[in-house]
Design a binder for this molecule. Structure first.
Ligand SMILES: Cc1cc2nc3c(=O)[nH]c(=O)nc-3n(C[C@H](O)[C@H](O)[C@H](O)COP(=O)(O)OP(=O)(O)OC[C@H]3O[C@@H](n4cnc5c(N)ncnc54)[C@H](O)[C@@H]3O)c2cc1C
Length: 336
């Protein structure tokens, strides 16, 4: 049986591993720490590329069926693992000025419903189709599904930077002296991709994002609020979150009080009732940044049994299902 090793246990690696296993491959997934502890658990979980008309259409093509994929994946996760990743169709209200013409052309081109609403006499745009999921619960459920599917999981195993001069990789060393053998390898190492495959050092880089969570309260949000490059959303269990920053500070996790109070102020502007609510916690994650917001989903152009699925930047949760389909197709085209 063909053995595939997926390097990196975030949402991109996790969904790739499950897709490949569903196609009948023998799959191992490994992570330098534990499955799902990095960017994928830090995310807000909005399943929509916030302002898609500002991007190339290829970004939306990776995102567009994400809600349907997650709706059916959520059912599968609840049935097969008992864990609910809290998928919900929440809608999103855009509380900021936008290029009306650009938005309208985009919505017609993509057949995506945008409604115009008035709030306190100001015109706003409402996106009824926008969905969300809880990324940390999603990652816990994915790990359970992988165990059920008999995908081998190796944690606390960091693969070293590629050095092989052969065009085919037979064994990949880890920093704890294991040699990982496979027929095909998939790099899904997110923000760390340039550290394992130097060719990507200038193309994929960490962009720190900070999020805040409010203390438990009685506020009920009817939808996601987005404005002034920030958002506020509510999980199925009532928890309210707001985010996020975009900082080029390398892999530093140092706490930044100014960013936290800026996020809190922006959240209160979007939802004034939050003025009376204290913060419960705060966290950071490293998005795999790319210049165009577009990931690399490709066969390596030197190593013939190596594939890359990395660099999903701001929308990796949204893009992961389609990205997993595309990498699976590429591997299958190799005659696997
Ligand atoms: C604050 C914040 C908010 C966000 N909000 C959203 C949102 O609302 N919607 C959305 O779609 N996206 C959002 N994102 C973006 C999204 O989280 C990322 O694009 C996505 O999680 C990237 O997934 P990944 O699997 O590539 O990376 P990661 O989840 O970071 O996983 C990569 C994994 O690779 C492992 N690894 C790295 N190097 C090695 C090695 N050498 N050997 C073994 N393992 C290794 C790491 O330990 C890590 O677990 C947000 C991100 C942040 C930070």
């Amino acid at each position: 049986m063909i053995i595939i090793v997926v390097i990196g246990g975030g949402v991109v690696g996790g969904l790739s591993a499950i897709n490949l296993k569903d196609k009948g491959f023998q799959v191992t997934i490994l992570d330098q720490s534990e499955i799902g502890q990095e960017s994928s658990s830090a995310a807000a979980g909005i399943l929509f590329p916030l302002l898609p008309w500002d991007y190339d259409d290829s970004i939306y093509q990776l995102c567009m069926n994400s809600d349907r994929s997650y709706e059916s994946l959520s059912k599968r996760l609840i049935d097969e693992t008992g864990c609910d990743p809290e998928f919900k169709k929440s809608g999103m209200l855009l509380k900021q000025k936008n290029d009306r013409q650009l938005m309208s052309e985009w919505s017609t081109r993509n057949n995506f419903n945008i409604e115009e609403r008035k709030l306190d006499n100001n015109p706003y745009f409402y996106f009824p189709e926008v969905c969300q999921i809880s990324p940390s619960k999603l990652m816990k459920a994915l790990k359970k599904l992988m165990v059920n599917l008999k995908i081998e999981i190796i944690e606390n195993c960091k693969l070293t930077p590629i050095k092989s001069e052969n065009k085919k990789i037979f064994e990949w060393p880890s920093n704890n002296n294991q040699l990982i053998s496979a027929d095909f390898y998939v790099i899904a190492t997110g923000a760390w991709t340039g550290l394992i495959h130097q060719k990507f050092l200038d193309h994929i880089y960490p962009v720190r994002g900070q999020m805040i969570q409010f203390k438990k309260n009685d506020i009920e949000l009817p939808h996601i609020f987005y404005g002034d490059n920030s958002y506020v959303l509510q999980r199925k269990d009532g928890v309210i979150l707001a985010g996020s920053t975009r900082e080029n500070v390398g892999f530093s996790k140092a706490i930044n009080r100014e960013a936290i109070s800026m996020l809190q102020k922006k959240a209160q502007n979007l939802v004034p009732k939050l003025k009376d609510i204290e913060l419960e916690k705060h966290w950071t994650g490293f998005r795999p940044g790319t210049n165009e917001n577009l990931p690399f989903i490709m066969k390596d152009n030197f190593y013939e049994n190596l594939f890359i699925n990395s660099g999903h930047y701001r929308y990796g949760i949204t893009m992961a299902p389609e990205s997993a389909n595309r990498i699976t197709e590429l591997i299958m085209q190799e005659g696997a």
